[in-house]
Design a protein around this ligand. Structure first.
Ligand code: RUQ
Ligand code: CUA
Length: 659
């Protein structure tokens, strides 16, 4: 009797505690000691994987080590970054050019690593811009954004930048349907059904250089494209896009775009589309979009406005697009490593439908259709369906694969990850996440060869998981060991911005290709200074060009006189160092842009327009040697029309030193 009472009291206490802290029952279950050991990477030891994580509304991409969760780098992509001078230096400003002009921010949702033969090859990682529609390519030799291409006829680019198994194409589907760039956009919003169209972009990627080009677009009905994945293996040649708002609502979508029982996954036969392009079926359209790339030889951005795009119309060419009904407001659209199974995750659906590529092909051949949607054949649900995962959880979003026949789906509403078997569609395991999980990542999880050791969940909400930080709390990642039958939580770590998708690659694949310095002999920057003796200051009208060098621990020149109010000063700083990990910084008082951070052998330019007469110190911002704090100088600014001659020097100090 007594024991029963005590137990009851303990249970009551536990319940009270739970209420107070608003935690689910087992949230207190801390990571056990042996679990923590699995995520522990001793000081000085390397991680096993690089994890490339979207920075969401920060516009950047973050790189973490796994399993430690240590933040290794934030790669600036779509947002300016004063830390690295990204978007502030004259060389990198052009990377953020668009047809709207300079756009210094975006919302990056999905990193996607390049692949060869369906396996991660470690060359590039792509990222999408969800606002002003763009795709970026980051070079993994330098961890720098090497190229950004804008997308015509699009608005928002969410279902991107997913790739084909040899990186033939990076795709981009418009999230918002809009009137085409060429059409009149000045129409009533409620003319949506008539005037608003979707476009899918197929961006060709050069095999050697990685340079991107919009090869063609497919014009589609006006729906919202949400996510996508390429077919692989047997389904190579196809692409699958989830679409919502097939109701074509233009207001209160949370109600009006949830009317239909089923939306669609659009299956696109891109090989067929290529044939039509070859046969001249593409319509040339005049559009305007920007293509920007960073040239590693000249250390400059080349930015060009493109004026044309080839468009195929899905209404006219009946055999490139097919609609597969998918319950209900699908988000994730994921293809398993064999290429046979396509998993659609309906945010409001109570089941997870798994479609079969073989069945889809048979249904198409047999014309097993349920009519058309805006001119596109709708395949019968049952004819494409392999089966349904029953009662998996609430609010399925994304699925990754382990290559051992299992799938892992995230559930936003019920805050959990559910492991299920692809063949028999049986649920095998479920673990809670803290809280409201979005994307998942397994290294190689969307390739032909996943490595089934870790799974990372990217959570939207952390509530009480970390020390509070004012009104905004950190987002987080949670690392699970999935090497056994049961998933085991081994680590939490906070992330920058809001994490959406992420990918991971074996450390060795990436680390072996790192660029350590830029060779000074190969620097072809038009304003390079290859040695201190060549440093100089040149006036061209009201432009003053400073050919400056930096080496531990001084700038040459470090005294400049004869700059006048009304001048535009360009500091072209060449870092003469040829050792790994010796950047120098450069800053000048009153500059309204940022600093520069110049890598060994590189030239960067800061534009400065002095706003007053006086003395302006310059200094190095990166602690580069014991005498880093001595790495400084002065620029004297005189009034307009002053006759102070333009002079520059290094090492000439005061005539009368202080006593
Ligand atoms: S999303 S949390 Cu922007 Cu990929 Cu699904
Ligand atoms: Cu150069 Cu500090």
């Amino acid at each position: 009797m007594k024991t029963k009472k005590i137990l009851y009291a303990v249970a009551l206490l536990a319940a009270a505690y739970n209420l107070q802290s608003c935690k689910p029952k087992d949230a207190g279950s801390a990571v056990a000691g042996d679990a923590a050991q699995k995520a522990y990477v001793a000081p000085g030891k390397y991680d096993e994987y690089y994890n490339f994580v979207s920075g969401g509304f920060s516009g950047q991409m973050a790189v973490y080590g796994l399993p430690s969760g240590r933040l290794l780098r934030v790669i600036p992509v779509f947002s300016v970054d004063p830390e690295k001078g990204w978007g502030y230096s004259e060389e990198t400003k052009g990377m953020l050019n668009t047809s709207h002009g300079f756009v210094p921010w975006d919302d990056l949702h999905h990193p996607e690593l390049s692949q060869t033969n369906g396996e991660i090859d470690g060359r590039w990682v792509f990222g999408n811009a969800n606002n002003t529609p763009r795709v970026a390519r980051i070079d993994l030799k330098t961890f720098r954004t090497a190229e950004i291409i804008e997308l015509p006829n699009s608005a928002g680019n969410h279902s991107s930048p997913f790739i084909t198994e040899n990186t033939e194409y990076v795709v981009a589907g418009t999230r918002f349907s809009v009137p085409g760039d060429n059409d009149n956009g000045d129409v009533p919003i409620n003319s949506y059904k008539k005037n608003f169209k979707g476009h899918l972009s197929f961006i060709g990627v050069d095999k050697e250089t990685g340079r991107m080009n919009v090869s063609f677009q497919i014009k589609t009905p006006g729906v919202n494209f949400d996510l996508s994945h390429a077919g692989k293996g047997k389904s190579h040649g196809w692409f699958f896009f989830s679409c919502y708002n097939t109701e074509q609502a233009n207001s209160l979508l949370e109600v009006n775009a949830s009317q239909r029982d089923k939306d669609f996954i659009m299956a696109v036969n891109w090989k067929k589309a290529e044939e039509y392009i070859k046969a001249g079926k593409g319509q040339k359209q005049s559009v305007k979009y920007s293509r920007n790339y960073y040239d590693e030889k000249t250390h400059m951005t080349k930015s060009e406005i493109m004026k044309e795009v080839l468009v195929l119309d899905s209404k006219e060419l009946k055999d490139i697009c097919y609609m597969i009904p998918c319950p209900k407001s699908p988000h994730g659209c994921d293809v398993d490593p064999t290429g046979e199974f396509i998993v659609g995750s309906g945010k409001l659906a109570a089941i997870i439908p798994v479609f079969s590529f073989d069945k889809l092909q048979k249904a198409i051949a047999a014309k097993d259709f349920d009519g058309e949607y805006e001119g596109i054949p709708v395949v019968k649900y049952e004819s494409a369906l392999y089966g349904e995962v029953k009662k998996p959880g609430l609010g399925p979003l994304h699925t990754e694969f382990d290559g051992k026949g299992n799938a892992y789906t995230s559930f936003f509403v019920s805050s959990e990850v559910v492991k299920w078997n692809i063949k028999d569609l049986k649920v095998l395991d479920r673990v809670p996440t803290y809280y409201s999980v979005g994307h998942l990542c397994i290294p190689g999880g969307d390739s032909k060869k996943p490595s089934a050791k870790y799974l990372i969940a990217y959570n939207k909400i952390t509530k009480d998981r970390y020390l509070p930080t004012g009104p905004e709390l950190s987002q987080s990642a949670q690392l699970f060991d999935i090497s056994g039958d049961k998933m085991q939580l081994i680590l939490d770590f906070p992330t920058i911005g809001e994490p959406h998708y992420a990918q991971a690659a074996p450390a060795e694949l990436i680390s072996k290709n790192q660029v350590k310095i830029f060779k000074i002999e190969e620097n072809q920057h038009p304003y390079v200074t290859k040695g201190e003796k060549e440093s100089k200051v040149v006036r061209e009208g009201n432009q003053v060009h400073v050919y400056m060098t930096s080496i531990r621990s001084h700038f040459s020149p470090d005294n400049i006189e004869g700059v006048k109010l009304g001048d535009e000063v360009y500091f072209h700083v060449t870092n003469l160092e040829q050792d790994w990990d010796v950047p120098h910084g450069f800053a000048v008082k009153g500059a309204s842009n940022a600093e520069l951070l110049i890598m060994p052998g590189e030239t960067s330019t800061l534009k400065w327009v002095p706003d007053r007469v006086g003395m302006f110190p310059i200094y190095c911002t990166d602690f580069c040697s014991a005498l880093h704090q001595e790495m400084q100088g002065y620029v004297r600014v005189s009034p307009k029309g002053s006759n102070v001659p333009l002079t520059f020097s290094l090492g000439k100090t005061s005539e009368e030193p202080a006593k």
